[in-house]
Write a protein that binds this ligand. Structure first.
Ligand code: HMG
Ligand code: MG
Length: 298
Protein backbone atom coordinates (compact mmCIF):
# COMPACT_ATOMS: atom_id res chain seq x y z
CA UNK A 1 0.00 0.00 0.00
CA UNK A 2 0.89 3.66 -0.25
CA UNK A 3 1.53 6.02 2.69
CA UNK A 4 -1.29 8.39 3.72
CA UNK A 5 1.07 11.33 4.13
CA UNK A 6 4.37 12.34 2.52
CA UNK A 7 6.86 14.86 3.88
CA UNK A 8 8.26 16.95 1.05
CA UNK A 9 11.83 18.13 1.61
CA UNK A 10 11.99 21.23 -0.59
CA UNK A 11 15.48 21.85 -2.02
CA UNK A 12 14.92 24.61 -4.60
CA UNK A 13 16.52 27.41 -2.63
CA UNK A 14 19.69 25.38 -2.10
CA UNK A 15 20.04 22.63 -4.71
CA UNK A 16 18.28 24.80 -7.29
CA UNK A 17 19.92 28.15 -6.76
CA UNK A 18 23.43 26.74 -6.21
CA UNK A 19 23.35 25.89 -9.89
CA UNK A 20 22.36 29.26 -11.33
CA UNK A 21 25.00 31.03 -13.38
CA UNK A 22 23.86 34.44 -12.21
CA UNK A 23 23.82 34.70 -8.43
CA UNK A 24 20.34 35.44 -7.13
CA UNK A 25 20.23 38.44 -4.76
CA UNK A 26 19.83 37.64 -1.06
CA UNK A 27 16.49 39.45 -0.79
CA UNK A 28 15.06 37.41 -3.69
CA UNK A 29 16.19 34.18 -2.00
CA UNK A 30 14.58 35.31 1.26
CA UNK A 31 11.31 36.12 -0.50
CA UNK A 32 11.43 32.77 -2.33
CA UNK A 33 11.74 30.86 0.96
CA UNK A 34 8.95 32.88 2.58
CA UNK A 35 6.71 32.18 -0.40
CA UNK A 36 7.52 28.44 -0.29
CA UNK A 37 6.53 28.35 3.38
CA UNK A 38 3.32 30.29 2.61
CA UNK A 39 2.53 27.65 -0.02
CA UNK A 40 2.56 25.05 2.76
CA UNK A 41 6.03 23.53 2.52
CA UNK A 42 7.26 22.58 6.00
CA UNK A 43 10.87 21.56 5.29
CA UNK A 44 12.75 24.06 3.16
CA UNK A 45 16.48 23.61 2.68
CA UNK A 46 17.73 27.17 2.87
CA UNK A 47 21.42 27.35 1.91
CA UNK A 48 24.88 25.81 2.36
CA UNK A 49 27.72 26.75 4.66
CA UNK A 50 30.37 25.56 2.22
CA UNK A 51 33.51 27.24 0.95
CA UNK A 52 32.35 30.45 -0.78
CA UNK A 53 34.80 29.91 -3.65
CA UNK A 54 33.35 26.45 -4.32
CA UNK A 55 29.75 27.65 -4.45
CA UNK A 56 29.71 31.43 -4.89
CA UNK A 57 25.95 31.32 -5.49
CA UNK A 58 25.43 30.54 -1.79
CA UNK A 59 28.21 32.71 -0.38
CA UNK A 60 25.58 34.94 1.26
CA UNK A 61 24.48 32.26 3.78
CA UNK A 62 25.36 34.54 6.73
CA UNK A 63 23.23 37.33 5.29
CA UNK A 64 20.34 35.10 4.22
CA UNK A 65 19.78 32.86 7.23
CA UNK A 66 18.94 35.64 9.76
CA UNK A 67 16.30 36.96 7.33
CA UNK A 68 14.42 33.68 7.71
CA UNK A 69 13.83 33.94 11.47
CA UNK A 70 10.06 34.34 11.01
CA UNK A 71 9.64 31.48 8.49
CA UNK A 72 7.33 28.80 9.89
CA UNK A 73 9.15 25.79 8.46
CA UNK A 74 12.16 23.66 9.28
CA UNK A 75 15.18 25.19 7.52
CA UNK A 76 17.96 22.63 7.11
CA UNK A 77 21.31 23.80 5.76
CA UNK A 78 24.23 21.94 4.21
CA UNK A 79 27.53 21.73 6.08
CA UNK A 80 30.51 19.83 4.64
CA UNK A 81 32.73 19.99 7.70
CA UNK A 82 33.19 21.39 11.21
CA UNK A 83 33.92 24.87 9.86
CA UNK A 84 30.56 24.86 8.07
CA UNK A 85 28.80 23.49 11.15
CA UNK A 86 30.27 26.25 13.33
CA UNK A 87 28.98 28.87 10.92
CA UNK A 88 25.51 27.29 10.91
CA UNK A 89 25.35 26.87 14.70
CA UNK A 90 26.43 30.48 15.23
CA UNK A 91 23.24 31.52 13.41
CA UNK A 92 20.99 29.14 15.32
CA UNK A 93 20.47 26.42 12.70
CA UNK A 94 18.70 23.38 14.18
CA UNK A 95 18.93 21.03 11.21
CA UNK A 96 22.01 20.36 9.11
CA UNK A 97 22.97 17.98 6.33
CA UNK A 98 26.30 16.47 5.41
CA UNK A 99 26.68 15.22 1.85
CA UNK A 100 28.59 12.09 0.98
CA UNK A 101 28.95 10.34 -2.33
CA UNK A 102 28.54 6.68 -3.21
CA UNK A 103 31.26 7.07 -5.83
CA UNK A 104 34.94 8.03 -5.53
CA UNK A 105 34.85 10.36 -8.53
CA UNK A 106 32.11 12.58 -7.18
CA UNK A 107 33.63 12.72 -3.68
CA UNK A 108 36.71 14.14 -5.36
CA UNK A 109 34.81 16.59 -7.58
CA UNK A 110 32.41 17.79 -4.89
CA UNK A 111 34.50 17.70 -1.72
CA UNK A 112 38.11 17.47 -2.84
CA UNK A 113 38.39 14.25 -0.83
CA UNK A 114 38.46 10.49 -1.35
CA UNK A 115 35.35 8.72 -0.14
CA UNK A 116 37.09 7.67 3.08
CA UNK A 117 38.52 11.14 3.64
CA UNK A 118 35.05 12.62 3.15
CA UNK A 119 33.58 10.24 5.73
CA UNK A 120 36.43 11.10 8.09
CA UNK A 121 35.56 14.78 7.63
CA UNK A 122 31.87 14.14 8.41
CA UNK A 123 32.43 12.04 11.50
CA UNK A 124 33.44 14.84 13.91
CA UNK A 125 30.97 17.15 12.16
CA UNK A 126 28.03 14.85 12.84
CA UNK A 127 29.26 14.13 16.39
CA UNK A 128 29.39 17.84 17.22
CA UNK A 129 26.01 18.46 15.63
CA UNK A 130 24.44 15.71 17.73
CA UNK A 131 26.08 17.14 20.88
CA UNK A 132 24.46 20.46 20.00
CA UNK A 133 21.07 18.75 19.69
CA UNK A 134 20.87 19.34 15.96
CA UNK A 135 19.05 17.04 13.55
CA UNK A 136 21.41 15.59 10.94
CA UNK A 137 20.51 14.45 7.45
CA UNK A 138 23.07 12.51 5.45
CA UNK A 139 22.89 12.95 1.71
CA UNK A 140 24.29 10.26 -0.47
CA UNK A 141 24.89 11.34 -4.06
CA UNK A 142 25.31 9.08 -7.11
CA UNK A 143 23.34 6.18 -5.61
CA UNK A 144 22.44 4.83 -9.05
CA UNK A 145 24.95 6.07 -11.57
CA UNK A 146 27.97 8.34 -11.74
CA UNK A 147 28.97 10.48 -14.74
CA UNK A 148 32.55 9.24 -14.64
CA UNK A 149 32.16 5.67 -13.33
CA UNK A 150 28.84 4.56 -14.85
CA UNK A 151 26.44 2.39 -12.86
CA UNK A 152 27.17 2.38 -9.11
CA UNK A 153 27.04 -1.10 -7.52
CA UNK A 154 24.29 -1.48 -4.91
CA UNK A 155 26.64 -2.96 -2.22
CA UNK A 156 28.81 0.16 -2.47
CA UNK A 157 25.78 2.36 -1.76
CA UNK A 158 24.72 0.15 1.15
CA UNK A 159 28.19 0.44 2.68
CA UNK A 160 28.24 4.24 2.63
CA UNK A 161 24.66 4.40 3.98
CA UNK A 162 25.73 2.18 6.86
CA UNK A 163 28.71 4.43 7.59
CA UNK A 164 26.53 7.57 7.64
CA UNK A 165 23.98 6.01 10.00
CA UNK A 166 26.71 4.61 12.25
CA UNK A 167 28.22 8.05 12.69
CA UNK A 168 24.85 9.36 13.90
CA UNK A 169 22.87 10.68 10.95
CA UNK A 170 19.16 10.78 11.79
CA UNK A 171 18.01 10.29 8.21
CA UNK A 172 19.50 9.64 4.80
CA UNK A 173 18.60 11.03 1.40
CA UNK A 174 19.36 8.69 -1.50
CA UNK A 175 20.39 10.90 -4.39
CA UNK A 176 20.08 10.10 -8.07
CA UNK A 177 22.21 13.13 -8.82
CA UNK A 178 22.34 12.60 -12.59
CA UNK A 179 18.86 11.16 -12.98
CA UNK A 180 19.65 7.72 -14.41
CA UNK A 181 17.65 5.62 -11.94
CA UNK A 182 14.72 3.48 -13.00
CA UNK A 183 11.92 2.09 -10.83
CA UNK A 184 13.44 -1.40 -10.82
CA UNK A 185 16.80 -0.07 -9.66
CA UNK A 186 15.08 1.94 -6.90
CA UNK A 187 13.26 -1.17 -5.67
CA UNK A 188 16.50 -3.20 -5.75
CA UNK A 189 18.42 -0.58 -3.75
CA UNK A 190 15.70 -0.13 -1.11
CA UNK A 191 15.40 -3.90 -0.72
CA UNK A 192 19.18 -4.29 -0.35
CA UNK A 193 19.25 -1.53 2.28
CA UNK A 194 16.50 -3.27 4.26
CA UNK A 195 18.35 -6.58 3.98
CA UNK A 196 21.40 -4.84 5.45
CA UNK A 197 19.28 -3.84 8.45
CA UNK A 198 18.57 -0.25 7.40
CA UNK A 199 14.92 0.62 8.05
CA UNK A 200 12.88 2.38 5.36
CA UNK A 201 11.81 5.06 7.90
CA UNK A 202 15.41 6.35 7.89
CA UNK A 203 15.37 6.85 4.12
CA UNK A 204 14.32 9.69 1.86
CA UNK A 205 14.67 9.80 -1.91
CA UNK A 206 16.11 12.54 -4.13
CA UNK A 207 15.46 12.12 -7.83
CA UNK A 208 16.50 14.11 -10.86
CA UNK A 209 14.36 14.05 -13.99
CA UNK A 210 17.01 13.68 -16.72
CA UNK A 211 15.28 10.70 -18.37
CA UNK A 212 11.76 11.63 -17.27
CA UNK A 213 11.78 8.86 -14.64
CA UNK A 214 11.66 10.90 -11.43
CA UNK A 215 7.95 10.37 -10.73
CA UNK A 216 8.04 6.67 -11.63
CA UNK A 217 11.01 6.29 -9.30
CA UNK A 218 9.18 8.19 -6.56
CA UNK A 219 6.14 5.94 -6.98
CA UNK A 220 8.34 2.86 -6.62
CA UNK A 221 9.82 4.33 -3.43
CA UNK A 222 6.34 5.14 -2.00
CA UNK A 223 5.23 1.56 -2.69
CA UNK A 224 8.25 0.44 -0.71
CA UNK A 225 7.16 2.59 2.25
CA UNK A 226 9.31 5.70 1.81
CA UNK A 227 7.54 8.82 3.16
CA UNK A 228 10.20 11.53 2.69
CA UNK A 229 10.64 12.84 -0.84
CA UNK A 230 13.00 15.62 -1.94
CA UNK A 231 11.92 17.95 -4.72
CA UNK A 232 12.63 21.41 -6.04
CA UNK A 233 10.05 24.11 -6.73
CA UNK A 234 9.72 24.61 -10.47
CA UNK A 235 12.31 21.85 -11.07
CA UNK A 236 15.21 24.19 -10.39
CA UNK A 237 18.62 22.64 -10.18
CA UNK A 238 21.30 20.41 -11.50
CA UNK A 239 24.72 20.16 -9.95
CA UNK A 240 27.72 22.35 -10.68
CA UNK A 241 30.11 19.47 -9.93
CA UNK A 242 28.50 16.76 -12.04
CA UNK A 243 28.27 17.09 -15.78
CA UNK A 244 24.97 15.76 -17.18
CA UNK A 245 23.03 16.54 -14.01
CA UNK A 246 19.74 18.19 -14.96
CA UNK A 247 16.88 19.47 -12.87
CA UNK A 248 15.58 17.98 -9.67
CA UNK A 249 12.11 16.46 -9.60
CA UNK A 250 9.77 19.48 -9.62
CA UNK A 251 7.76 19.89 -6.42
CA UNK A 252 4.67 20.78 -8.48
CA UNK A 253 4.91 17.52 -10.47
CA UNK A 254 5.27 15.61 -7.20
CA UNK A 255 2.33 17.36 -5.53
CA UNK A 256 0.11 16.77 -8.59
CA UNK A 257 0.84 13.03 -8.45
CA UNK A 258 0.40 12.81 -4.67
CA UNK A 259 -2.89 14.72 -4.77
CA UNK A 260 -4.16 12.28 -7.38
CA UNK A 261 -3.22 9.40 -5.11
CA UNK A 262 -5.05 11.01 -2.18
CA UNK A 263 -1.79 11.48 -0.29
CA UNK A 264 -1.70 14.52 1.97
CA UNK A 265 1.19 17.00 1.62
CA UNK A 266 -0.26 20.22 3.01
CA UNK A 267 0.90 22.10 -0.09
CA UNK A 268 -1.28 24.65 -1.90
CA UNK A 269 -0.40 23.81 -5.51
CA UNK A 270 -1.76 27.05 -6.92
CA UNK A 271 0.40 29.21 -4.63
CA UNK A 272 3.41 27.04 -5.35
CA UNK A 273 2.97 27.40 -9.12
CA UNK A 274 2.68 31.17 -8.68
CA UNK A 275 5.93 31.14 -6.70
CA UNK A 276 7.77 29.15 -9.36
CA UNK A 277 6.48 31.47 -12.07
CA UNK A 278 7.68 34.45 -10.06
CA UNK A 279 11.12 32.82 -9.72
CA UNK A 280 11.17 31.92 -13.44
CA UNK A 281 10.53 35.59 -14.24
CA UNK A 282 13.42 36.51 -12.02
CA UNK A 283 15.74 33.95 -13.67
CA UNK A 284 14.56 34.93 -17.15
CA UNK A 285 13.51 31.49 -18.38
CA UNK A 286 10.43 29.31 -18.00
CA UNK A 287 10.21 26.51 -15.47
CA UNK A 288 10.89 23.06 -16.98
CA UNK A 289 8.09 21.60 -14.83
CA UNK A 290 5.18 20.24 -16.89
CA UNK A 291 2.80 20.92 -14.02
CA UNK A 292 3.93 24.53 -13.66
CA UNK A 293 3.32 25.02 -17.39
CA UNK A 294 -0.05 23.28 -17.33
CA UNK A 295 -1.30 25.30 -14.36
CA UNK A 296 0.35 28.54 -15.48
CA UNK A 297 -1.39 31.72 -14.40
CA UNK A 298 -0.22 33.45 -17.59
P1 HMG B 1 39.15 22.37 0.37
O1 HMG B 1 39.62 23.35 -0.62
O2 HMG B 1 39.71 20.98 0.36
O3 HMG B 1 39.20 23.02 1.82
O4 HMG B 1 37.58 22.27 0.19
P2 HMG B 1 40.21 22.83 3.03
O5 HMG B 1 39.55 21.91 4.02
O6 HMG B 1 41.56 22.46 2.50
O7 HMG B 1 40.25 24.31 3.59
C1 HMG B 1 40.75 25.37 2.79
C2 HMG B 1 40.23 26.69 3.30
O8 HMG B 1 38.81 26.72 3.19
C3 HMG B 1 40.54 26.98 4.77
O9 HMG B 1 40.77 28.38 4.86
C4 HMG B 1 39.24 26.66 5.47
O10 HMG B 1 39.03 27.40 6.66
C5 HMG B 1 38.24 27.10 4.43
P3 HMG B 1 42.26 28.93 5.03
O11 HMG B 1 42.76 28.29 6.28
O12 HMG B 1 42.97 28.45 3.79
O13 HMG B 1 42.03 30.39 5.08
N1 HMG B 1 36.97 26.38 4.62
C6 HMG B 1 35.76 26.93 4.72
N2 HMG B 1 35.33 28.20 4.68
C7 HMG B 1 34.01 28.42 4.84
N3 HMG B 1 33.12 27.45 5.05
C8 HMG B 1 33.50 26.17 5.09
C9 HMG B 1 34.88 25.89 4.91
N4 HMG B 1 35.56 24.73 4.91
C10 HMG B 1 36.84 25.03 4.72
N5 HMG B 1 32.59 25.20 5.30
C11 HMG B 1 35.39 21.80 1.05
C12 HMG B 1 36.82 21.33 0.94
C13 HMG B 1 34.56 20.65 1.56
C14 HMG B 1 35.32 22.97 2.02
C15 HMG B 1 34.91 22.25 -0.35
O14 HMG B 1 35.16 21.22 -1.25
C16 HMG B 1 33.45 22.61 -0.40
O15 HMG B 1 33.03 23.61 0.18
N6 HMG B 1 32.62 21.80 -1.12
C17 HMG B 1 31.21 22.01 -1.19
C18 HMG B 1 30.73 21.75 -2.57
C19 HMG B 1 29.23 21.81 -2.63
O16 HMG B 1 28.55 22.53 -1.91
N7 HMG B 1 28.67 21.05 -3.55
C20 HMG B 1 27.28 21.01 -3.82
C21 HMG B 1 26.60 20.06 -2.93
S1 HMG B 1 25.28 19.33 -3.80
C22 HMG B 1 25.44 17.66 -3.61
O17 HMG B 1 26.38 17.22 -3.04
C23 HMG B 1 24.37 16.78 -4.17
C24 HMG B 1 23.03 16.88 -3.46
O18 HMG B 1 22.37 18.06 -3.89
C25 HMG B 1 22.18 15.67 -3.80
C26 HMG B 1 21.81 15.53 -5.26
O19 HMG B 1 21.44 16.54 -5.90
O20 HMG B 1 21.85 14.39 -5.73
C27 HMG B 1 23.18 16.94 -1.96
MG1 MG C 1 19.56 17.43 -6.47
Amino acid sequence: GLPSRVRIHEVGARDGLQNEKATVPTEVKAEFIHRLADAGLTTIEATSFVHPKWVPQLADAEQLFPRLADVKADLPVLVPNERGLERALALGATRVAVFASASESFAKANLNRTLDEALAMFEPTVARAKEAGVHVRGYLSMCFGDPWEGPVPVPQVVQVCRALLDMGCDELSLGDTIGVATAGHVRALLTALNEAGIPTQALGVHFHDTYGQALANTYAALQHGVTTVDSSAGGLGGCPFAKSATGNLATEDLVWMLQGLGIDTGVDLDRLVATSEWMADHLGRPSPSRTVRALSHK
